[in-house]
Write a protein that binds this ligand. Structure first.
Ligand code: ATP
Ligand code: MG
Length: 437
């Protein structure tokens, strides 16, 4: 027994390899006829309707003139299984196998199909039955792991040709899909490792920035403390009087400027610590009224100078809160000093505290210059100042609001800004219920 192979003119790529296991010479002839070039051309049109049924499309490029088959006919099951193995090993698998159920005296078609599917799981096996001794359930059990189809005898060779091409295209599409999946998977892996490297680099850069800022702050703070200490001593004439009164004034100016510089350095350091996730809270219990009075006292002098009225009100029943007192004070102080800074003479600044929806709202409201929606978004950015021209009236670095927001978040809370240009601003710090005692 030898396998007969008839190859039709075809571009090697995309040809549909068909394996037939059929012992009846008349039917073998039917297969051969169906897969000849002349039959193919005539059937191209009919094929469209089948393809449309199978794939819901009739615009395929694979139709007419491009249907290429490579047909192998075997008379026995063993022979077909052997041909299947050889083809798989050569890397030229069959797309479709038509297998007759009964091929005495040798291996029956179901067993042959079962072995073929074992060799190539993506094979489309078409079981051609007249009648079968083997019950359907058993066929399903044995072939269910692969793609298998039934075809009832008697048949028209053309139907096989159409079915073979449709199944071949389905298999090609599946293979392309699989290749795309592999490529996609590789691409995802490549991108993921690029991302991991980028994240590592970003972390290293961020760490370097934090280290640099911490070192610089330390280097700057040490001489600043000397400047602050000695200018204070000179200004207060601690160890003896100064001849010229203007020197006293200058010494106090030096002291004020140095203190300002120190507070900027501290802000930058705090901010970079929070960004790096290194800021720790020193938790304590505090009274909200005391915290508010403390902050207002600190800005009282500036408010009086600017003719701004300060007031506060804490609603009845506001409980003690748990948090980092220094940082809560810093948060409120940033907001209150903004309000005093951005409110013209004759205006007012008020601080209120009240429990709302289980959490605590501390709101700082002013009747100052206010902000437009765009300006508000900008104001919350680090170093974001609405007026960042050199000629701006107000000093500062633009870290107060973002720092206040980050400190509120560190407490599990949030900061929100409501403002209207020319009318005034309310900035609210919200602390979550779990911070209330
Ligand atoms: N109460 C307010 N009224 C009007 N504008 C405000 C108010 N608070 C903040 N802003 C605007 O938001 C900007 C950012 O505020 P932020 O407190 O971050 O910086 P700053 O006050 O300019 O400087 P710093 O607080 O670092 O000394 C301010 O420059 C100002 O333009
Ligand atoms: Mg500020």
């Amino acid at each position: 027994m030898t396998a007969m192979s008839s190859s039709f003119p075809a571009s090697a790529m995309g040809a549909c390899r068909v394996l037939v296991a059929e012992d009846d010479p008349t039917l073998q002839e039917e297969y051969r006829l169906a897969f000849t070039a002349t039959t193919l051309a005539a059937s191209a049109q009919e094929y469209r309707s089948l393809e449309s049924d199978l794939f819901g499309s009739t615009t395929s490029a694979g139709v007419s003139g491009q249907m290429n088959f490579d047909l192998t006919i075997c008379s026995q099951g063993e022979e077909a299984v052997h041909a299947m193995r050889v083809a798989a090993e050569a890397g030229r698998p069959y797309s479709v196998a038509f297998v007759d159920v009964r091929m005495p005296p040798g291996m029956d078609g179901i067993t042959a199909a079962e072995r073929m599917i074992d060799i190539d799981r993506s094979l489309n096996a078409v079981i051609v039955t007249g009648y079968s001794d083997i019950p359907r359930q058993e066929i399903h059990r044995r072939l269910g792991k692969g793609n298998f189809f039934y075809f009832q005898k008697p048949f028209l060779g053309d139907e096989f040709m159409q079915l073979a091409w449709a199944l071949h295209r389905k298999r090609e599409a599946e293979r392309e899909l699989q290749n795309s999946n592999v490529r996609l998977h590789e691409e995802v892996n490549r991108r993921t490792s690029e991302l991991v490297i980028a994240v590592k680099r970003a972390r290293a850069a961020s760490q370097a920035k934090t280290d640099f800022l911490a070192n610089m702050s330390h280097e700057l703070r040490t001489p600043l403390n000397a400047i602050i200490g000695f200018s204070d001593m000179i200004g207060c004439q601690l160890i003896g009087p100064i001849g010229n009164a203007r020197y006293v004034e200058y010494a106090l100016d030096i002291n004020g400027s140095a203190q300002h510089l120190l507070s900027i350095i501290n802000d930058i350091l705090d901010f970079s610590k929070i960004e790096a996730g290194e800021m720790q809270l020193q938790e304590d219990v505090m009274n909200v009224s005391h915290v508010i009075s403390f902050c207002l006292r600190l800005v009282q002098h500036r408010a009086t100078q600017g003719d701004i009225k300060l007031c506060s009100s804490v609603a009845d029943g506001v409980p003690l809160i748990r948090g980092d007192e220094r940082k809560i004070k810093q948060t409120l102080l940033n907001l209150v000093s903004n309000s005093v800074k951005f409110t013209p003479a004759g205006g007012s600044v008020s601080v209120t505290a009240a429990v709302r929806d289980g959490g605590l709202d501390i709101a700082v409201t002013d009747t100052g210059i206010g902000m437009s929606p765009d300006e508000m978004a900008h104001a919350l950015e680090p170093f974001g100042q609405v007026d960042n021209s050199l000629s701006r009236k107000h000093d500062g670095t633009g870290l107060g609001l973002p720092l206040a927001s980050a400190l509120a978040e560190l407490h599990g809370g949030s900061l929100s800004v409501q403002s209207e240009a020319g009318k005034g601003t309310t900035v609210t710090v919200r602390l979550p219920a779990e911070r209330l005692l």
